[in-house]
Design a protein around this ligand. Structure first.
Ligand SMILES: C[S@@+](CC[C@H](N)C(=O)[O-])C[C@H]1O[C@@H](n2cnc3c(N)ncnc32)[C@H](O)[C@@H]1O
Length: 250
């Protein structure tokens, strides 16, 4: 046992994360708050890690559900997040199955909120995101697209687009060290200029190297931990956190 502990302490960064956190086919009603429950098809990993549901995605869904009402997505958090207008142009990065975006789209539909949600990921996951949108009949609200971190933004995702993105969601996107600079570049590009979008990031702490991402990102963002939600302690026990990332204006 001691040997195992020592190995993990020394080489924890080399141990791949285990696929134990996903919800699989379990209840996606979030304690009965989403009815009918969301349906999510998982692809068994054939297109990378995004093809299953991750716990940080579950956290972000819980937060969206708790803080949204008929006035808008996250309306009940407006003061906390320091925003005035309701969010209506939402972009999710690294959506994988699209669960978080589906949840936001579901809330928009059920509460009759005028909001569009763009779920995005690498090209290989486009089909899975599309399939999950259709499975939940959310094609009027959720729009899957390709968005590769690190690449120049195009069209509606550009920071100076006419109807620009006002809320960015990212669940479990800090997990692969080689992708840290790419994710950082995309976050910087998306929050360029005055009046940047609100950024919410949920994150499960797994590897020591993750701190390199947060050290670097703090050069341009203030990272505020959000604790005021019902299942905060539940997620804390699983080392899963929610942050608002506020772009520092230079
Ligand atoms: C751990 S998964 C999280 C999936 C989903 N957000 C969730 O919480 O269930 C990380 C996601 O980031 C995506 N990703 C990784 N590198 C990327 C890149 N360079 N550009 C766009 N997406 C990327 C992966 O394809 C994957 O879907």
């Amino acid at each position: 046992m001691t040997e195992l502990l020592d190995f993990t302490a020394l080489f924890g960064d080399l141990v791949p994360s285990r696929p134990v956190e996903h919800l699989g086919n379990s209840d996606l009603s979030f304690g009965g708050k989403i009815e009918p429950p969301l349906k999510v098809h998982e692809d068994g990993g054939e297109n990378g890690c995004g093809g299953k549901v991750w716990i940080a995605g579950e956290l972000l869904c819980d937060y969206l559900i708790e803080k949204s009402n008929t006035e808008g997505i996250l309306s009940m958090s407006k003061d906390k997040l320091n925003v005035e207008e309701p969010f209506c142009n939402i972009l999710e990065l690294g959506s994988g199955t699209g669960l978080v975006g589906l949840c936001a789209g579901f809330l928009a539909r059920s509460k009759e909120i005028d909001a569009k949600v763009y779920t995005t990921d690498i090209e290989k996951l486009l089909e899975l995101m599309d399939a999950n949108v259709r499975l939940n009949n959310l094609d009027q609200f959720v729009f899957p697209e390709i968005l590769m971190w690190g690449q120049p933004l195009t069209g509606k995702f550009e920071a100076d687009a006419k109807k620009k993105i006002d809320l960015i969601l990212a669940a479990d996107c800090v997990y692969l060290e080689t992708a840290f600079p790419l994710l950082e570049k995309t976050l910087l590009d998306l929050t360029e200029g005055s009046n940047p979008p609100t950024v919410l990031m949920s994150y499960k702490k797994r590897r020591k190297a993750d701190k390199n991402f947060f050290r670097q990102i703090r050069k341009n963002f203030v990272v505020v931990t959000i604790k005021d939600f019902a299942r905060y302690e539940h997620y804390l026990k699983q080392r899963t956190h929610l942050f608002q990332m506020i772009r520092i204006q230079n």
